[in-house]
Design a protein around this ligand. Sequence first.
Ligand code: DI6
Ligand code: FE
Length: 405
Amino acid sequence: MAPTATTVWRNAALATFDPAREGMGTISRGAIAVRDGRIAFVGNEADLPSDFAAAEQFDCEGRWITPGLIDCHTHLVYAGDRSQEFEMRLEGATYEQIARAGGGILSSVRALRAATEDELVAASRPRLEALAAEGVTTVEIKSGYGLDLANETKALRAARRLGEANGVTVTTSLLAAHAVPPEMHGDRSAYIDLIIDRILPAVVAEGLADAVDGFCEHIAFAPEEISRLFDAARRAGLPVRLHADQLTNSQGAALAASHGALSADHLEYTDAAGAAALARAGTVAVVLPGAFYFLRETQKPPIAEFRRAGVRMAVATDSNPGTSPLTSLLLAANMAATLYGMTVAECLAGITREAARALGMGDVVGTLEPGKWADLAVWDIDRPAELVYRIGFNPLHSRIRRGHL
Ligand code: DI6
Ligand code: FE
């Protein structure tokens, strides 16, 4: 074992989010030993095994360490912006009106189709860097602004390249079922066939997606259409996730649960039966308060029902040009607390452990436990609550991914 492959982060307070420990799994005077990019020891510094005595040591001077943050729902690969539609909404237009008039998602489709893959990478990189600057080490990125074979694969390739180049683990979702492309003239069912017969097989053959997503909504796809797509995804060996009950209750949560989805996301209009279905299926509820805030929604996801039913909750940015031009996961956590009434522990677990679970990555990231990747965030804070409490302040001291600063 080369000595440089082993490092110790000592003199730190730890919020491990290890489910075997209480609350946030805190350790007040802790140490983490890292070997070959993975956590080899987590615990009290006094219990650090002597085999790590020769390792390179970093004195954290009492700072806090959390798992590297995980943004489990973004659409951050896009071209252009939608600030003009923002202005229209401020003058009274609604999101649905703009979407039905060919704006909304379709305006981002036009912009993405006109961009080269290199241009997409260049346009999206600052957004990924903004997340990383706040301690994010894993980001999920969806397609959904291409809506045909060439452009969906272009977006997913851009997402993969962003991950390789920027020290962030990127996991991708094929969200071809985001809107009906203009050339299909509203024929939703034919477009679902195109996804199943052409786009999904090509994406699988090239290894471009880690999951399949869909938008189940009156302005997007109906439950039967999503069901057909999800059956195909599962036959192709990909897990599924769903944009569910964001603008209306379309029984999206129950639909996601019935397909064993990793996550159901948004959920503002989900009812108690939907919450119970998520709990039974072990589907994570991903709340996206950035979109709620930006659309000035008033209907909140049923957090109390989720708690009662034992649904696991994650929090993400939904970073996208239309409904959540947000690139701060800490601000998303603050909004989950202030707008939805989630506790500090729920918010922080929601951007670490539960976000990992929502991505099907709960066995490799999301907590500080031996065997997981050494993805860490070191913070200049005295209490974990500060991460949720501040608005627009970044207390990150350093970010470690797979053992590397
Ligand atoms: N729900 C959303 O909030 C985003 N996608 C979705 O299904 C919005 C995407 C956009 O408006 O560009
Ligand atoms: Fe989304």
